[in-house]
Design a protein around this ligand. Structure first.
Ligand SMILES: [Zn+2]
Length: 333
């Protein structure tokens, strides 16, 4: 199960307890190598552990709707730019494309230069703000850069799916009067490692934005941070992510159940290093919506096979609607 050319995201406790005992040394692995000391992790437990019984469709409010075909078209257009690693021309074009689709929306930029093992790179986080009447904001984030070191890597799922889906979420939020929390859509940059995934070579954009928001006090406004990463897989199985906040994951499951999408959620547990971590460290409740089983044994991940033909508009629709419903549940809290 070890993916030889992998540099990020370790798996943990994805097998039943008995199997886990038998395979203890194998059950905790950083993809590509075993960790020297296994990270603290929970034993596998029955799922889901605490789904509120009140997940009925009777509560007030319209159910969210995502235009799946339009979301997929955005993903197609994003992928058409080709490989989009930081510092590339295609990346620049994609930045302009994203901003052009946010006309009429308050857009903020978090631009800086990152020092990486391969030198300095410009990093551009893009933040679109949809104001609400209530103080506080829910962030929905994704990353839009793609992996640098794999030739021909176009990141249809890893980078493309989230970038396109958030554009469709912008369509849903644009002009709608929000009585509750503001929603901030964030296209994070520089998620991928330049050389090899490590604490310092990864998450360039999210680390910078979390730090910036801590310095200027913005972080206190953020009620929840929802991350969408690799959510376009036609065979959608979003993992229950163990570095996420338990009650927020419960809320995501409640939203999925309400929409009838629960079979796509939380069949297994994984701990994954992703853009939510810097915000979790800053004390923000976080949930990483990620399907880290992209092809059998995640075989398409970080390979030139991460292409549009593996994706489905329905998966974008499911994730988008669950995200919007989660925001609605947060509004009610
Ligand atoms: Zn990646």
């Amino acid at each position: 199960m070890i993916v030889p050319d992998s540099r990020r995201k370790w798996l943990a406790a994805a097998v039943p307890a008995l199997l886990m005992l038998a395979l203890a040394p194998l059950a905790l692995k950083r993809l590509g190598r075993l960790p020297e000391t296994p990270p603290a992790t929970q034993a596998a437990a029955p799922l889901p552990e605490s789904v509120p019984a009140s997940a009925s469709a009777s509560s007030a409010g319209e159910l969210p709707h995502i235009n799946a075909a339009r979301a997929m078209q955005y993903v197609r257009e994003v992928v058409a730019f080709g490989p989009r690693p930081i510092g590339s021309q295609a990346h620049k074009k994609l930045e302009a494309y994203l901003v052009a689709h946010l006309k009429g929306v308050t857009v903020e930029h978090d631009d800086f230069t990152a020092s990486t093992p391969d030198g300095s790179f410009p990093i551009h986080n893009i933040i679109a703000k949809f104001p609400g009447a209530k103080p506080g904001a829910v962030v929905i984030a994704t990353h839009y850069d793609t992996l640098m070191r794999v030739k021909g890597f176009v990141g249809a799922n890893d980078g493309g799916s989230g970038a396109g889906l958030l554009l469709e979420l912008a369509n849903q939020l644009r002009g709608a009067k929000r009585n509750r929390y503001s929603v901030w859509l964030v296209w994070l940059d520089g998620e991928e490692a330049v050389r090899q995934w490590s604490e310092t070579d990864s998450l360039y954009g999210s680390r910078h934005l979390a730090e910036k928001w801590q310095k200027d006090g913005t972080i206190s406004q953020v009620k929840a941070f929802l991350l969408a990463d690799m959510i376009g897989d036609a065979d959608l199985n979003i993992d229950r992510e163990q570095n996420s906040t338990a009650w927020l994951e419960d809320l995501v499951y409640q939203a999925a159940s309400k929409l009838g999408y629960q079979s796509h959620f939380f069949a297994r547990r994984l701990a994954i290093e992703d853009d939510h971590l810097p915000f979790a460290k800053a004390g923000v409740p976080v949930a990483d919506l990620i399907d880290f089983d992209y092809g059998y044994n995640n075989v398409f991940w970080h390979t030139p096979q991460d292409t549009l033909d593996k994706l489905s508009p329905k998966s974008l629709e499911i994730t988008g609607e669950v995200l919007l419903e989660t925001v609605r549940l947060l509004d009610q809290k």
